[in-house]
Design a protein around this ligand. Structure first.
Ligand code: PLP
Length: 368
């Protein structure tokens, strides 16, 4: 095992081998719109796992295709996980990460559920920092832009049969991005899905894995055809209670109280969700994590107390919801304008991420 544990932060334990590209790509120009997830940087991080040997051979290499056996288990049984976080460029030029320790923790929660071997948290953070440092020049500077970081693990045993793989690759790729929604903080239209379901308690809904996304596509396509940009899922058993949006957790302001579905085993525990709850509590708002039925939203809407609706996630940070469709009813939220707390949360979180607002919570980690 080349991996040793270390108590101290910033002590490097991975012994990352570095092979620099001899053929760097041109950096995107500032006028480039940086369509989300379409451009990748010059390098990537890779580390291998083998039963008996542990995680080993950490390396940063030129960005390139990976060669896998067509029988590799990830293709057939979906044993894979992923994470998503961003590096931000502060005004003074520093490169900042937002709560990467939370991504490292969540990685291991996902891994446990999917029978993927544990990855030491400090190794996850060290690998992220090292590859971001290598491609630091790719962290864009324009407002609203950042470097999206996509760590993932795939099962690589060439084997047709269902069991956990004995070999894996942990890979990190980087993509400079503009705003997730090209329309910016403009409110999105959301379709509450009451036919298809995404996840059930006891399933893999709280794991960050591709399986949850392929399960969501048919409803996503249906919602798009109806003119809605995202699907809001109901619980998989009764199809009554609100769970989350495709890649975002969901919040409501009902009669002055901030309400969000509690983590029940089928909802992804978002880091933005966690940060929003912490900030709202600090601001003295009453925050409730509990079951929320679609009917409760309809009732609040009719009573005029459904004051704000917004999604939370790394990609968009805060995504105001302007319309919610449930059964045959369309609920217009705030006449399509942005809610006070949606805006305040967006400004505060992005302010902390960009180093404009003092970080008093230990959420920001500099890459140096
Ligand atoms: C990643 C993800 C989220 C948002 O999590 P953040 O940590 O806030 O980015 C929400 N729902 C699903 C299904 C996700 O995969």
């Amino acid at each position: 095992m080349s991996v040793r544990k270390s108590e101290q932060e910033d002590i490097k334990v991975l012994n990352i081998r570095i092979e620099k590209t001899t053929n760097p790509k041109p950096l995107p120009t500032p006028e480039n719109p940086l369509k989300f997830g379409t451009i990748f940087t010059d390098h990537m991080f890779i580390m291998n796992y083998e039963t008996g040997k542990g995680w080993h051979d950490a390396r940063i290499v030129p960005y390139q295709p990976i060669v896998l056996d067509p029988a590799a288990m990830v293709f057939h049984y979906g044993q894979e996980m992923f994470e998503g976080l961003k590096a931000y460029r502060a005004d003074d030029g520093r490169v900042l990460l937002f709560r990467p320790d939370m991504n490292a923790k969540r990685t291991n929660n996902t891994n446990k559920r999917l029978c993927i071997p544990e990855l030491p948290e400090e190794d996850f953070v060290e690998a992220v920092k090292a590859v971001v440092k290598m491609d630091e020049a790719w962290v864009p500077t324009k407002p609203g832009t950042s470097l999206y970081i996509r760590p993932f693990i795939i099962a690589t045993d060439p084997f047709l049969g269902v069991r956990p793989s004995d070999t894996y690759q942990f890979i990190i790729i980087l993509s400079p991005v503009g705003p997730y929604y090209p329309e910016g903080l403009d409110p999105v239209k959301i379709w509450i899905e009451d036919d298809y379901v995404r996840a059930v308690k006891g399933g893999i809904g709280e794991a960050k894995t591709g399986g949850n996304y392929v399960a969501s596509m048919a409803a996503q396509v249906k919602a798009h055809d109806e003119g809605y940009s995202q699907v809001l899922w109901l619980d998989g058993v009764e199809r009554k209670y609100i769970e989350e949006v495709g890649a975002m957790n969901i919040f409501f302001k009902i009669n002055g109280t901030i309400v969000t579905p509690m983590l029940n085993g089928s909802i992804l525990p978002g880091i933005t969700r966690n940060s929003v709850i912490a900030l709202c509590k600090e601001w003295g708002l009453s925050v409730e994590e509990r079951r929320v039925s679609a009917q409760e939203l309809v009732d609040a809407y009719e009573a005029g107390t459904l004051e704000e609706v917004f999604g939370t996630g790394t990609a968009a940070v805060i995504s105001p919801v302007g319309a919610l469709r449930y059964e045959n009813r369309v609920m217009q939220i705030k006449d399509g304008s942005i809610g006070e707390y949606s805006q305040k949360l967006y400004d505060t979180i992005t302010g902390i991420q960009l180093g404009k607002i003092k970080d008093t919570r230990g959420w920001v980690v500099e890459v140096k």
